[in-house]
Design a protein around this ligand. Structure first.
Ligand code: G3I
Length: 302
């Protein structure tokens, strides 16, 4: 295969990229995105502040720019994200208690109904656990509505679009030995045992000196998959883009049957939220980096 999408397709997996609507008029950007990837995640445009800027008034203008570009170019869309402590519009930040709980439910229903049958995978809940060694839920206005907010989000999502795969998505949960990883694992195990509808776990995979890649990532993917969920690498970027580390992540996913795909969090280094770390597969001019070739080779190995 000569592109990432074709390489992944050899293994019945997708290879995706985060896309920003304000770059869709840059032809260097869109040419690479169109050529190399077959799945698209909106980097910001499907988040709560973008899709429900005023309570009860949904706006899919920017989300649809991404959605339409993706579909016109034959790509699948991953929905990101419905319930999150961050990027809440001001009106939601001001809510608490039952009013916030109901607003979360209304938001999930509003967005998922609009895209019902069109977006096959959703990050329903994003980043609900604390960093560090506590293994606790992150404190947030959503968490303060009651510990059951996550399962309520998933049950609401299942009803809103029964055809969609529902994911929990988080960062720093790649290292099997981390307390945060174990906490999310325990939540997923509990959800599966009680019939809470969860289909997949997204491992964001923002690797850097503070959260370095560890080869036990493969164990993590295997352990979660053994609970009966699909696993996905959803926001991959690696500080300085070391080629061998990129290749290891690819091999880890390919080694686990239920690892269904990989998404990198941007096209060129200059498009990255951490552009100063040069963490992506294409340089600022759109040239393939060493990491790109290592990824493609890893996809062509098996
Ligand atoms: O759109 C406004 C623009 O109008 C304004 O002029 C400008 C001034 O700062 O800000 C623009 O919004 C920024 C937005 O990106 C679009 O560029 C926000 O300030 C900025 O905070 C936002 O950052 C995004 C970040 O999520 C917010 O949490 C990043 O682009 C995006 O890559 C990042 O993605 C997250 C995932 O959703 C979840 N996992 C972690 C990942 C990296 O942080």
């Amino acid at each position: 295969a000569s592109t990432l999408a074709e390489g992944a397709a050899q293994h019945n997996r997708y290879f995706g990229v985060a896309i920003a609507a304000n770059r869709l008029n840059d032809s260097v950007y869109t040419n690479i995105a169109n050529r190399e990837f077959n799945s698209v995640t909106a980097e910001n445009e499907m988040k709560i502040d973008a899709t429900e800027p005023q309570q009860g008034r949904f706006d899919f203008t920017q989300a649809d720019r991404i959605y339409n570009w993706a579909r016109q170019n034959g790509k699948q869309v991953r929905g990101h994200t419905l319930a999150w402590h961050s990027q809440q519009p001001q009106w939601m930040q001001n809510l608490s208690g039952q009013a916030l709980r109901q607003a979360m439910i209304n938001h999930i229903q509003g967005v998922m109904s609009y895209y019902r049958g069109k977006i096959p995978i959703w990050d329903v809940v994003n980043e609900a656990f604390e960093d560090g060694n506590s293994g606790r839920r992150r404190d947030s206005n959503l968490q303060r509505t009651g510990n059951d907010w996550i399962e309520v989000a998933f049950r609401t999502a299942r009803q809103a679009d029964p055809s969609a795969k529902l994911c929990y998505n988080d960062y720093n949960i790649e290292n099997w030995n981390a307390a945060k990883t174990q906490a999310v694992y325990n939540m997923v195990r509990d959800f599966k045992s009680r019939g809470v509808p969860i289909d997949c776990v997204g491992f964001q995979s923002h690797f850097n000196s503070g959260n370095p890649y560890n080869p036990n990532f493969r164990t993590t993917l295997q352990q979660f998959a053994a609970l009966g969920v699909d696993v996905e690498v959803t926001e991959l970027d690696i500080e300085n883009a070391p080629a061998q580390t990129y290749a290891s992540v690819i091999r880890d996913c390919l080694a686990v049957d239920r690892c269904t795909g990989i998404t990198v969090w941007g096209v060129r280094d200059s498009d990255s939220w951490r552009s100063y770390q040069n963490p992506l597969l294409f340089d600022n001019n759109g040239n393939k980096k060493q990491a790109y070739y290592a990824v493609l080779d890893a996809l062509n190995e098996g």
